[in-house]
Design a protein. Structure first.
Length: 331
């Protein structure tokens, strides 16, 4: 007995081919049998059997176990090659090429990814239809709204360069009491009306500043159009600084107005060298009125480094103007 070099099945000595896998073993003669030939008219129909008859190079036939399902032709284009399927099976093998299967898999994967991306853009409704993405929401560029004690939407500050509220002449501390004639009771009313307004529309604003009722018009934008603090950060020197800690909003003694108290002044900083002091109430920075901490920070950041800014403060009940040289936030 000797093992087959291909499938390692033990085979009797002298066999030319492995009975299990058909591998050529040697030049023995024990497996030789006479070749049976049939005429085209009398040849039996091929049957799907568990063995396939093939011809070796010497014209002798041998049986090889398998499920190929047909007798190999003795000659011609379809003649079997020792231990190999005929041309019909080769065609089937070509159709099942692993490389082609890989391409099919990749196509299915890409189709799934593109479908998922489409579903991410469009929202599927309960009825199975695709709903368009929601329209853009109007933006007015405030740091935030709060509900004023006496009713209305209190503006906490300006959010950045090019803010629609700044272009409309509004500042932090203004209290919006009506939009397009609709009364504003609280911050939620203001947000609701602004969200319902298409971007680019003009709003008629009624507001209160320092106890006085005023009106203005405001054109809304989308948030994508708003640059925020980007232009200040991108310029040489970046944002301005004067070396103070901004405190809280504080009422000016003896007046119907507010300012922002300084909590601390950095020693030897621009504000300290200019004469600003802790406890000063800032009511104006250059030409801009200051009524909230957010607006004071914004006006300091927006000041051009190296220039002089006039800071108006209330100190011990008196109005004092202090010129301050604006420092740099970047070296």
């Amino acid at each position: 007995m000797q093992p087959c070099p291909s499938c390692r099945t033990p085979m009797p000595d002298g066999l030319r081919f492995c009975r299990q896998c058909g591998f050529r073993l040697g030049e023995g003669v024990e497996e030789y049998t006479a070749t049976r030939r049939f005429d085209a008219q009398t040849a039996p129909a091929p049957a799907a059997t568990a063995t396939t008859t093939n011809l070796d190079s010497a014209g002798a036939a041998f049986n090889m176990p398998g499920t190929w399902g047909a007798v190999a032709p003795a000659s011609g284009a379809g003649a079997g090659v020792q231990g190999q399927p005929d041309s019909s099976f080769k065609k089937l093998g070509a159709r099942c090429n692993p490389l082609r299967l890989n391409w099919i898999v990749w196509i299915l994967v890409l189709t799934a990814v593109l479908t998922a991306g489409t579903l991410g853009i469009q929202k599927v409704t309960r009825r199975g239809r695709f709903a368009p993405p929601p329209p853009p929401v109007s933006f007015v560029g405030v740091d935030g709204f709060d509900t004023a004690d006496e009713g209305g939407a209190f503006i906490e500050g300006i959010a950045g360069v090019g803010s629609p509220v700044e272009r409309a002449g509004l500042i932090g501390g203004d209290i919006i009491t009506a939009i397009n004639g609709q009364k504003i009771e609280d911050e939620d009313d203001a947000r609701r009306i602004i969200r319902a307004t298409p971007p680019g529309d003009i709003l008629d604003i009624t507001y209160i500043r320092d106890g006085e009722t005023r009106t203005t018009q405001l054109r809304t934008i989308t948030q994508k159009e708003f640059p925020g603090m980007g232009p200040l950060n991108a310029r040489p020197g970046g944002q301005g600084r004067i070396g103070v800690d901004v405190g809280s909003r504080k009422r000016v003694p003896g007046a119907n107005t507010y300012g922002v108290e300084l909590d601390d002044v950095d020693r030897n900083g621009p504000a300290d060298l200019a004469g600003l002091k802790e406890g000063d109430i800032v009511t104006q920075f250059n030409e801009f009125l200051i009524r909230t901490p957010g607006d004071l920070r914004y006006r300091i950041y927006a000041a051009v480094p190296g220039t002089s800014a006039e800071v108006v403060v209330i100190r011990n009940g008196e109005r004092v103007v202090v010129p301050v040289r604006v420092g740099r936030s970047k070296d």
